[in-house]
Design a protein around this ligand. Structure first.
Ligand SMILES: Cc1cc2nc3c(=O)[nH]c(=O)nc-3n(C[C@H](O)[C@H](O)[C@H](O)COP(=O)(O)O)c2cc1C
Length: 192
């Protein structure tokens, strides 16, 4: 196999997408779209999340030390794309009415339409030059009953919920079909 050296990139390394839910100072839920999310081990499974630059999600997490991470599915993609391309401080985002419920263990907004929700508490902030890594304890996981208790194989359940992947600034379906470049799926939201 002949190979080419490149500058830092995660092209061709698909990532899972999550919407991070936080409460702002007025107690209103805010959601941002994130993919720099992975897992840690410290006697139990934990989560590591990286947030770059300044954004409302980061400010809210700093104030409350808790947030939810909600799996993005194909049904949620137009909304998720909008939330990933619109700053939390913009009036457009503040106007959005998203169906949420309260976390069962932590005071975090959980996205009702997402089938897998983490309730996360930040145990350690690792500041970087222009970003931050957050090491989190998983305080609770909410899973749709069809996943947690339903019959069927993991493959069948994944096909049913259809999580979205991203790489090369493009969204991909669980089966690998391109679903649009970043900023495209949100156009459907405007029409709905
Ligand atoms: C596909 C996609 C993935 C993203 N992943 C991240 C990420 O992992 N970390 C990050 O800091 N920003 C990420 N962003 C950018 C934030 O979603 C964006 O800055 C958003 O406006 C933040 O919302 P907020 O201001 O309400 O916090 C991503 C955006 C897109 C479109």
């Amino acid at each position: 196999m002949s190979k080419t050296s490149l500058a830092p990139t995660n092209d061709f390394c698909p990532q899972t997408l999550f919407l991070y839910g936080t409460y702002d100072d007025e107690g209103k839920p805010n959601f941002g779209l994130f993919c720099w999310f992975s897992y840690t081990w410290n006697g139990e499974l934990g989560v590591m999340a990286c947030i770059g630059g300044s954004k409302l999600t980061r400010e809210n997490i700093h104030k409350r030390k808790v947030f939810s991470a909600n799996l993005v599915t194909e049904d949620l993609l137009p909304l998720a794309d909008f939330l990933g391309n619109t700053a939390g401080h913009s009036p457009e985002k503040a106007r959005l009415d998203i169906k949420t419920e309260e976390g069962r263990v932590l005071p975090v907004p959980v996205l009702t339409a997402s089938p897998v929700n983490y309730e996360l508490e930040v145990m350690q902030f690792i500041p970087l030059h222009d970003g931050e890594v957050m090491l989190c304890k998983i305080r609770n996981i909410l899973q749709d009953d069809a996943l947690a208790k339903g019959t069927g194989s993991a493959a069948e359940k994944l096909a049913a919920i259809a999580p979205v992947h991203t790489t090369c600034q493009t969204y991909f379906s669980w089966s690998g079909t391109a679903l649009g470049t970043w900023g495209e799926p949100m156009a459907k939201l405007a029409k709905e």
